[in-house]
Design a protein around this ligand. Sequence first.
Ligand code: UDP
Length: 245
Amino acid sequence: MTDTTVAPFSGERVLLKVSGEALMGEGQYGVDAPTVDRIAADIARVYRDGHQVCLVVGGGNIFRGLTAAARGMDRAQGDYAGMLATVINALMVQNALERENVPTRVMSAIAMSAIAEPYIRRRAVRHMEKGRVVIFAAGTGNPFFTTDTAAALRAAEMECTCLFKGTQVDGVYSADPRKDPAAERYERLTYLEVLSRDLNVMDAAAISLARENHLPIVVFNIHEAGAFSRVMRGEGKFTRIEVAG
Ligand code: UDP
């Protein structure tokens, strides 16, 4: 793939999507504390570099509505359980960030006033302006959606300059690089290329939302220590998805 020079990001408001899978580390289920600590340290570095950071946390390491539906559970009911799983993860990430001395707020799309603030857009913006990392929990608050779509939605609402998607590989490939050694990594893609080639980045609803709102998406490997802060500086390997040109 062609090598392109990408300008570093500076003093921006950005959203990082952390999937539930990322929090499992090498495990098959649940949360791996050292992995959460490493991701929190990476987020803290970006925060200390002077950026406003918000997070959307997934829940697939604990519960997925679709998997439960395949086993006979009512889909919407399963999805609500999945959204609750994201709240558990959000609390774990909050705890790890606070141990890094980063002030945080968890805002939940499903009211849960004893443990999280309700999601109020203007209040979320204010938190970030005051130097707090905002962790968005419970996805969009609606069944039949994913936390990828929640990430695109919140990033648009927060007027973020970029949506960072931390994955298991260092960008978007033409095929799964873990299975196909000939797979090539893309430096840049357009939203339409992602949709038309059915590339496995985020679901189509999330890509479409980002496209309509001219929100660039950067895909990188969240398992490499310090990767988020490196990618924020425009260094390291990643794929950038945006409009052509
Ligand atoms: N979910 C939902 N609506 C949302 C976001 C999430 O119903 O807006 C549910 C859905 O069941 C999903 C689960 O929460 O399977 C966990 O989220 P997701 O699978 O997106 O987490 P990730 O893959 O990022 O770990």
